[in-house]
Design a protein around this ligand. Structure first.
Ligand SMILES: [Fe+2]
Length: 250
């Protein structure tokens, strides 16, 4: 059971009413998983695929967040905590710093399978949560939240947002000389995943300076992403970003 006490995030915490999901919603979940999985089995990082099994995700039923958290907690201390929707930055960072991943409970409808302007449970759980079973990634994400929660400088927060975007949301990793996806925006979007896996997106080796200088674009498929060679690299990038911020060099 999750017993942490939130302050900034408190107004956004809700219960997941699992019994209220309809057969149609479970069917939409099944279809979403079915659209993405064939690509992911070939092109997702093995840590993502391992995480999918570890947290007990099912292909034909919406996830019960309490059950996911019960499997994840003993492994990395993370939970998948239900929230009412998009969170303001202080609430979002607070939750990350407490290893509680803000997770929406609504599901897109059948007529918007490919895209939703705001995250839904498919993006949040299918896209994000399997990686939280990976100890290094899990530590990085908490550290990120803790650092950002203490920052007020808007320019620094924007740079930190790019670090998040090009790792947690749209990260790729080189494994056995192949590009594998692990970012939630690639995992949970059939189109974004295909764009990368079919070679339509340039991939540069992950260099912190270039990542921090590359603005985020949300209205088109990515033309450039950054490949790490191990997950330790994102943790190192976090530490370096932090050092620069402390020295006023961000
Ligand atoms: Fe996301």
């Amino acid at each position: 059971m999750h017993t942490v006490t939130f302050s900034a995030a408190a107004p956004y915490i809700i219960e997941q009413d699992y019994a209220a999901y309809t057969a149609e919603q479970h069917a939409v979940w099944t279809e979403l998983v079915g659209r993405c999985m064939p690509e992911l089995e070939k092109h997702a990082a093995r840590e993502y695929l391992d995480g999918f099994e570890i947290i007990g995700l099912e292909r034909d039923r919406l996830p019960n967040l309490a059950a996911i958290s019960a499997r994840l907690g003993p492994r990395t201390g993370w939970s998948s905590t239900p929230v009412s929707g998009f969170l303001p930055a202080p609430a979002f960072f607070e939750m990350l710093s407490m290893r509680a991943f803000p997770t929406t409970t609504w599901l897109r409808s059948r007529d918007s399978l490919e895209y939703t302007p705001e995250p839904d449970i498919f993006h949040d759980v299918f896209g994000h949560v399997p990686m939280h079973a990976h100890k290094v990634f899990a530590g990085f994400l908490e550290h990120y939240g803790r650092f950002c929660a203490a920052k007020e400088d808007a320019a620094a927060i924007e740079k930190l947002g790019r670090l998040f975007w090009y790792t947690v949301e749209f990260g790729v990793i080189r494994q056995n000389s192949e590009i594998k996806v692990y970012g939630s925006g690639l995992i949970s979007s059939h189109g974004e995943c295909l764009n990368v896996c079919s070679g339509n997106c340039a991939i540069h080796d992950f260099k912190l300076d270039e990542v921090l200088d590359t603005p985020v674009k949300v209205d088109e498929l990515h033309k450039l992403l950054f490949a790490v060679s191990s997950f330790d690299q994102i943790f190192d990038a976090m530490h370096e970003t932090e050092r620069r911020a402390m020295q006023g060099r961000l």
